[in-house]
Design a protein. Structure first.
Length: 386
């Protein structure tokens, strides 16, 4: 059976009105898509061309890759796909929230003090082994509601608050507690591929936003001039450039980072673009070659990965993986799976991490994870720190 493309909707909000548990949703700054049903699934990115060929026409596959790329991915070819134009930037001024039913209880895993201790150990590991340059450490927050989580409302809140973010929801294999969804609002483009053009927008280096405009600007300038954050950022840019170079006949890598902002965070950002030597290389293949970048793992990748598994007391699952879509032409967009949650029934596992450098201060790293958790907490209606 071919994939059915429904006439475009007027707005991304209209797509969310039609969203039901188990559906797919992905919005970028130019477009949004909503997929329903599953014509086929794949657990390897390399199987995407085959499942798309079966679905015929210009079918689209949507899915997610876990942090540990040796584990199965989860990709769906939806039965129907509907597109809409991008959410308008003006709606950024609209901070109206739709309330979710129920009340929340939050449990930190690990406890904040244990995260500080893990950061201390990572700093020590880097001091003892200068070859280990960066380790990204994360923590998890379990949010338990008294009611089933309304995914569409969380997505609408995220989209309204951060219309330039990549807002996503994708179905995950169930674990016995009902339909399971990976959702979030990532600011970080892993790779976009359109014809012969490729783009990536690595982010690393963070500061929290402030409601006070003067303070907000001061924090932004502080971030741009922080040698620790610029160093942390450069490690990611170098790795992304190295991974894309073999695919490109030319690659533009700006020498200076710029600032980008989300509703809750400032980040250092570098927009990398290039022309592909082989315009037929599909978007998900480029994503697989880039993943995991030092924005989510560290440098060098293998040693950072081993340090993370030794220090983090939870399984990252799909957090810090990649989420996105590829179409039958091989074009598509894949983003870094951050500012996200793994949702089933009444519980959400929220995640946030940060790049630990030899010069990191453990308490500041804990505060950064709390600031990053606010993206999801605010969308749930929880206005506090964790
Ligand atoms: C790992 C996360 O963020 C990454 C992306 C942007 C900035 C980051 C940082 O400053 O540490 C992280 O590398 C996360 O949000 O959980």
């Amino acid at each position: 059976m071919p994939q059915r493309t429904v006439a475009p909707a007027a707005t991304a909000d209209d797509l969310l009105t039609a969203y039901r548990p188990g559906d797919s949703f992905f919005s970028t700054s130019t477009t949004a898509l909503h997929g329903t049903g599953a014509l086929a699934t794949a657990d390897r990115l390399d199987d995407i061309p085959a499942v798309l060929a079966e679905a015929g026409g210009n079918a689209v596959a949507v899915g997610a890759v876990p942090f540990d790329a040796t584990r199965p991915a989860h990709v769906v070819v939806p039965e129907t796909v509907q597109w809409s134009p991008s959410p308008s930037r003006e709606s950024a001024a609209n901070t109206r929230w739709d309330a979710l039913a129920g009340t929340w209880s939050l449990t930190a895993h690990p406890e904040p003090e244990a995260h500080v201790a893990a950061v201390e150990r990572a700093v020590k590991a880097m001091a003892e082994d200068p070859g280990l340059r960066k380790v990204v450490l994360a923590r998890c927050l379990r949010a338990q509601s008294t009611e089933d989580v309304d995914v569409a409302t969380v997505l609408a809140n995220l989209l309204r608050r951060d219309p330039t973010a990549f807002v996503f929801a994708t179905n995950l294999p169930e674990r016995g507690d009902g339909v399971r969804t990976l959702l979030g609002a990532s600011p970080e483009l892993l790779v976009s591929k359109r014809g012969g053009r490729v783009e990536s927008n690595p982010l690393a280096g963070s500061a929290p936003r402030s409601a006070d405009a003067t303070k907000d600007q001061r924090r932004a300038v502080g971030l741009l001039t922080s040698s620790k954050d610029r160093h942390e950022h450069a490690v990611v840019v170098d790795a992304v450039a190295d991974a894309l170079s073999p695919h490109c006949r030319n690659l533009t890598v700006p020498t200076e980072p710029e600032l980008v902002r989300t509703a809750t965070m400032w980040h250092l950002s570098t927009r990398i673009s290039g022309e592909l030597t082989d315009p037929d290389v599909p978007a998900h293949r480029l994503a697989a070659d880039l993943h995991p970048t030092p924005a989510v793992c560290g440098s060098p990748t293998g040693r950072a990965f081993d340090t993370i598994t030794g220090l983090e007391p939870f399984d990252r699952g799909f957090y810090t993986g990649a989420v996105g879509y590829t179409d039958a032409a091989g074009d598509g967009e894949w983003v870094v799976t951050i500012r996200c949650a793994d949702v089933a029934g009444r519980s959400l596992d929220l995640y946030a991490g940060g790049g630990v450098m030899p010069e990191s201060e453990p308490e500041a790293e804990l505060a950064e994870t709390s600031d990053k958790l606010r993206t999801l907490l605010l969308a749930l209606g929880v206005d506090g720190t964790a």
